[in-house]
Design a protein around this ligand. Structure first.
Ligand code: LLP
Length: 443
């Protein structure tokens, strides 16, 4: 069994995280419950920052809040000296409500609405990552209305795509995001940005993929971006002061996943930028990155209560838990794999293989196939590891199942950072038209 961060088995044979016995957490907060190991999140944030400090470059590590965006997480990001990448009005609102410094917020997205742009302009965020020509014009016009000049990066598609171990130089133009480098769209965007009176083009952004275990894709992207920067300087006389390489740094979900330490990715990017700058006499830019999953992913654990089971002789034993694709859609969406243990009997040897089903009315609602466990009984607690990223963030109310609570644990204390949804929360936005109201009330 692989235990992340502060997780350990205590002398009762229970899984403990952040010094909190998970059996006690289940009793106090109910299940399903997302548990976040606060020390591990802070450690990951520091690993990225310290790696940059070693390179001597100026930098920003912007937490990609899409991975897990709640107010307490924004506070934590601020405390750890991170910047914040937001991609919607909702994420921006969360950050601002949490008191996150607006000048450290970067706004992404391929279809920022005028309302969202207005919100971000009025909050005076640090930087817009402009994705397309429509946005370029709109942002300029809206900044002009406010008599302002706003910092922007251009999002470019560098023609490198990376997924786990595969990275390919695609010269890929077919993406919904950003300006293509190959076709000349990126140069045209630079021309337009420089022409506009209210945009301050400070640099470029690229993001090559997710759950990447190799540095090669980042190195290739850095080279392409540096070539572009050098061309832009020659052609348009503009020197970029910021290069942003996005996120995508991999984490260990299951046995066999071999992520690199955060510092290795950072060093590879820094080396590629520094080498290219030396070769072309380009002034060293600030380097920004946007890790999401690698900040919060392995710090999250979801605790479920086992309910029913069903054995199909000679075929499979299904064990059902009190959550599923509503709190973790990743297995159903991406075929994502997870590891899990019985939190209340974590020392017992595995003696059967079960498949963990969610409670949604959908056959595809399976969390883990073929998981070795001790004999499972109703009432046992199942802890699924590495659910910190893109779980709560992607949770739904399918089947009108309330979303779980989230707790931060550290040093033996647990703090509720998101309350469990209630059934009344679920109906709170419903409206019954007047003409139907009587029937409903009479029932
Ligand atoms: N920056 C940009 C521009 C991105 O598009 C993303 C992720 C990130 C940063 C953060 O990437 P990370 O470090 O977390 O890999 N829902 C999917 C992941 C979608 C990621 C989309 N963009 C999943 O559950 O695997």
């Amino acid at each position: 069994m692989f235990l992340h961060g502060t997780a350990r088995i205590n002398d009762k044979g229970h899984l403990e995280i952040g010094g909190c016995d998970t059996v006690d957490l289940a009793r106090e907060f109910g299940t399903p419950l997302y548990i976040v190991d606060e020390a591990l999140v802070r450690q990951r944030a520091r690993e990225f920052r310290e790696a940059f400090e070693r390179t001597g470059l100026r930098f920003q590590v912007a937490y990609a809040s899409k991975a897990f965006c709640v107010m307490a997480m924004c506070r934590l990001a601020e405390e750890e000296g991170l910047s914040l990448d937001v991609v919607s009005g909702g994420e921006l609102h969360t950050a601002l409500k949490a008191g996150f410094p607006p000048e450290r917020i970067h706004f992404h997205g391929n279809n920022k609405t005028p309302d969202e742009i207005a919100m971000a302009l009025d909050a005076e965020i640090g930087c817009f990552v402009v994705d397309n020509f429509v946005e370029l014009m709109l942002l300029d016009a809206m900044a002009a209305e406010r008599g302002r000049r706003v910092n922007m990066l251009l999002r470019v598609t560098p023609g490198v795509e990376a997924h786990t171990h595969d990275f390919i130089a695609t010269g890929k133009q077919d993406s919904k995001f950003g300006f293509d480098l190959e076709s000349g769209a990126a140069h045209e965007a630079v021309r337009q940005a420089l022409e506009r009176g209210h945009l301050e083009l400070i640099g470029v952004h690229s993001h090559i993929g997710s759950q990447i275990f190799e540095v090669e894709g980042f190195r290739m992207a850095a080279e392409k971006i540096m070539n572009f920067a050098v061309d832009v300087r020659e052609k348009w006389g503009r020197t970029f002061s910021v290069l942003n390489f996005g996120g995508g740094f991999g984490i260990r979900y299951v046995e066999g996943d071999r992520p690199l330490p955060p510092g290795t990715y950072v060093q590879a990017i820094a080396d590629a930028v520094i080498t290219a700058c030396k070769a072309s006499g380009y002034p060293l830019p600030e380097v920004w990155i946007e890790p999401g999953r690698s900040i919060v992913g392995d710090a999250g654990t979801t605790l479920y209560t086992v309910g029913t089971y069903k054995e199909i002789s000679g075929i499979r034993k299904y064990v059902a838990v009190d959550g599923g694709m509503t709190d973790n859609p990743r297995p159903a969406l991406y075929g994502a794999k997870y590891e899990a243990v019985l939190a209340n009997r974590a020392n017992e040897p595995a003696s059967e293989t079960v498949s963990v089903a969610g409670k949604c009315c959908e056959s595809g609602d399976m969390l883990i196939w073929d998981l070795p466990l001790p004999p499972v009984k109703p009432g046992d607690l199942l802890a699924v590891f590495c659910t910190g990223a893109y779980n709560y963030a992607m949770a739904s109310n399918y089947n009108r199942i309330p979303r779980p609570a989230v707790v931060f644990v550290r040093d033996g204390a647990a703090d509720l950072v998101v309350a469990r949804e209630t059934y009344d929360d679920i109906v709170s936005l419903d409206r019954i038209p007047e003409r139907m109201r009587k029937q409903a009330v009479n029932r």
